[in-house]
Structures are given as structure tokens and as C-alpha cells.
Design a protein around this ligand. Structure first.
Ligand SMILES: [Zn+2]
Length: 270
């Protein structure tokens, strides 16, 4: 071997070593290219039609777009179970919860999400699923610190959220709205990627008004929204996407602001 060949081999070795370290440190996911190239499976379409009202009510062209975005999410993110089996239905429901709030923003694909972990039920702050202390009341959570990039969801609660019926709760949408909120660095109920400056003031003042009504018992919004502005956004977004007609009739101003924030009118698909 001459000097140039040895240098080339050494260089190649260094590049491979850097790549392995990079993969190890950043734990970036392998993209499932095979899935990306395949047409959307017919049985997946059936599952979406049965379970996801939002999808069911889209125009045919929009349905196609929704399918592509769901497929991309499943191909790019790692969705796995902790003590629970993960099926195609689980993956489709997780991806739907991610795609729905960002459907008008095709360029955002959750760079801050690497993995979604499904749990066999609700859990406590230490991710225990046994109910010894009676603290097992968390249905979903977005990771911080060393769990940054990880979303944890209770599988049965995700299934209850997408059971083909309308309600006002959806743990999947709730957590993904927190992640959208978090993209600007602060989980504060004002997701800057969705807001132009003109929205933030009317939005903050609307939050105050609605919170007053909830406090006085004059609202059907879950009182958990009173926790802080971030929880308010997540809770009313669940309602907005899960039961738009009801929200429009009961909270017209809030509904209108949310249509401006999300650039969608989900009641129009109904
Ligand atoms: Zn929350």
C-alpha cells in the first residue's frame, strides 16, 4: 500500500468513527425509506376512517395529504411500547395526533420529537404504572432533560381519544400541542411558530376572559386549563379539534382565535 492509500483508509476510518459517535450521541432515528416509498396501505386507510373523525371528514385531496404526512411521521419517528405491544393502529393514532394540529403547516415535522413511548395505562411522575400511591393520573407527558425528544402517552387513553366519536378530550393532541408550543423554546401557551405578532395580545386577553368563566363555573372547558397558559392552550386545542361545532357554538370568540392560530376551520369538514 502506498502512502496515499493509507491516508485514504485512515480518513475513511475517521469519518466512520465520527459517524458512529454522532449516531450514538444524537440517537437520530433511522428513516424507514421502504415505508416512505410504498403507497399508503389500504388497511391503514380503513383504520383512519374508522377511528379518526378529522380524517374521515377531509376532502379526498386533503385525505391524501394527511396520509402522506402520517406515513412520514411513522417512517421518521420511533414509536414503541413500554410493557405494551404496539400495533399499526397505535402508530396511526400517534401520527394522526401529531399531524392534526399542524395540518396547515406542512413544513413543520416535529424536529423536537425523536421517540413516542406508549404505556399500558396512566402513570405517575416517575413513569410508574402501578397505582400503589394513588398518584397514577398522568395520561401523557413530553420529556425534558435527558428525556428531551421523547413523548409518553397512555395507550388506552390514546385509543379512547380516537374511538370514532366526538368528545372534548384527546391526550395525543394535548401533548403534541405542548410540543408545538415548545418549538420556540418556551412552553408558555404562545407557540411562536403559529403566531404572527398581531395574535398574541388578543390571545392572552381571551385566555384571561375564559379562565374567569371557568373559575365561576360558567364554562364547559376542563378546569385543568386553569393550571397555566400552556395547559390552557393544550386543553382548548383538544376541544377545538375534537368537537369543533360544539366549541364554535359555545365559545365563538375563542373558536375564531383558534382558527386564526391553527389556520384551519375544523367545523368546515363536518
Ligand atoms: Zn398538559
Amino acid at each position: 500500500m502506498n502512502y496515499q492509500t493509507i491516508t485514504a483508509f485512515a480518513l475513511l476510518f475517521v469519518i466512520i468513527a465520527i459517524y458512529i459517535i454522532y449516531r450514538y450521541v444524537f440517537k437520530s432515528n433511522e428513516v424507514d425509506k421502504e415505508l416512505l416509498e410504498k403507497p399508503f396501505p389500504e388497511e391503514w386507510r380503513k383504520i383512519l376512517n374508522e377511528r379518526v373523525i378529522y380524517y374521515r371528514n377531509l376532502e379526498p385531496e386533503k385525505k391524501k395529504e394527511f396520509e402522506e404526512r402520517v406515513k412520514r411521521f411513522i417512517a421518521e419517528k420511533k414509536i414503541y411500547g413500554v410493557g405494551v405491544k404496539v400495533t399499526d393502529t397505535d402508530k396511526l393514532l400517534v401520527a394522526s395526533a401529531a399531524v392534526i394540529p399542524l395540518f396547515a403547516f406542512p413544513y413543520y415535522t416535529y424536529p423536537n420529537v425523536r421517540e413516542v413511548a406508549l404505556y399500558p395505562g396512566s402513570f405517575d411522575e416517575k413513569f410508574n404504572t402501578d397505582d400503589k400511591a394513588g398518584q397514577r393520573n398522568i395520561l401523557g407527558m413530553i420529556g425534558d432533560g435527558f428525556l428531551n425528544g421523547v413523548v409518553v402517552l397512555s395507550k388506552p387513553d390514546l385509543h379512547a381519544a380516537f374511538d370514532g366519536k366526538r368528545h372534548r378530550r384527546n391526550v395525543g393532541i394535548h401533548e403534541f400541542v405542548h410540543l408545538i408550543d415548545k418549538m420556540d423554546g418556551a412552553v408558555d401557551g404562545v407557540p411562536e411558530i403559529l403566531f404572527t405578532h398581531s395574535y398574541s395580545l388578543p390571545w392572552i386577553s381571551q385566555i384571561k376572559k375564559e379562565m374567569e368563566k371557568i373559575k365561576k363555573g360558567r364554562s364547559d372547558i376542563d378546569p385543568y386549563a386553569l393550571t397555566n397558559n400552556a395547559e390552557f392552550l393544550a386543553v382548548v386545542s383538544e376541544y377545538f379539534f375534537d368537537n369543533p361545532e360544539k366549541m364554535k357554538s359555545r365559545h365563538p370568540k375563542l373558536y375564531k382565535l383558534l382558527t386564526e392560530i391553527y389556520k384551519q376551520q375544523p367545523d368546515k369538514y363536518v
